[in-house]
Design a protein around this ligand. Sequence first.
Ligand code: ADP
Ligand code: MG
Length: 408
Amino acid sequence: MKLTGIRSIEDLAKDGGLAGKRVFIRVDFNVPLDKKTGAITDDARIRESVPTIKYAVEAGAKVILASHMGRPKPGKREGLSLEPCGRRLAELTGYEVHLAEDCVGDAPKYVVQNLRAGQICLLENLRFHEEEEKDDENFARQLLELADVYVNDAFGAAHRAHASVHALPRMVRDRAAGYLLLKELRSLARIVDRPEKPYIAVLGGAKVSDKIDVVESLLNVVDALAIGGAMANTFLAAQGKKTEASRIEDDKLPLARTILEKARDRRVEVLLPVDVVVAPSLDAQSGQVVSVDAIPAGTMALDVGPKTVELFGKQIERAKTVFWNGPMGLFESKAFSSGTFEIARIMSRASGFTVVGGGDSASAVKLAGEDVAKGFDHISTGGGASLELVEGKKLPGVEALRSAEETA
Ligand code: ADP
Ligand code: MG
């Protein structure tokens, strides 16, 4: 993945200056909210956007922030306003943040007109307009009325061809990537372009069907593929193991067999669990470690066992490149979290270049402890976007930032 033709916000400042200009920054404020109270439960995405916002403010720009939040149904706005995000940003930075009631039309125009250099306006949820997800050109043109300069810092939305990340930037001559987006692209480029060998990918999570494309493309580049989590159950069943009440995807058994065959042909070592933690149900308070050859009737595998952690751990320790997506078990429950947390600990101490991507995987690493999270070379904020990059796909939001000569 080449980053040629993509300017940074610092390049824009050098090329024409940002002072007094309306700098439209597409951020990712799609933070998790408490279902009952509506409070922000994890403000990492807001914190991570601060460096770019701060840079623009200090350069004397009039800063216009835009983001999506959740999946509002047509005409419904309840609980999906960006107002709490604006408040949190103000708390984090000490800046005054002016909220516009909408993202297009008279309301934002009025707020932006009255903005002075160094002030911030946060537009209301882009997805309150269905045109956003349709990559609608007219909608993009309305956003364009608020912008002299465009900056994308929303890595989590870069894999979507939506108006604010795709149609809009192509209409603005001065367009660039923010610090967060660049950091993501540079770290993931190390995995996508000629990764240092040996390269191990550790995959897990809920379903094989979510991750088929990434498994298939990883087979072309990795030396080893370790599979844990519920995803591993389907592979174990495909090998003829009795997985009993474990969650498996019956319709994916042939696919799992094909993947195992392909791996053999390409001399990719596939590591599957040798022991698992089982319990009678998802809400069990404790589990029992058993061999994958002796899963008791009526129980399901909810975590990988200690022998599996050791097996995966040995490969992780000798790898030069490690990519991880998907928890090793039902880590949200204390009884089934140790496989995921142990793997996180091993990776955080490993000497190779370690990257974790995926919403649940990233939060698992943070839950494992601050010191554990610090040991990773990169924790990607974008689940879908990081997987698509690792698959070797181009991201619409990144391509739209390239200069005209580069895209031609
Ligand atoms: P990510 O968001 O990192 O891409 P996924 O969404 O694919 O990860 O998977 C995460 C979910 O998978 C978690 O909620 C976790 O509890 C669940 N999970 C992992 N292993 C198991 C298992 N053995 N049984 C049930 N659920 C599991
Ligand atoms: Mg997930």
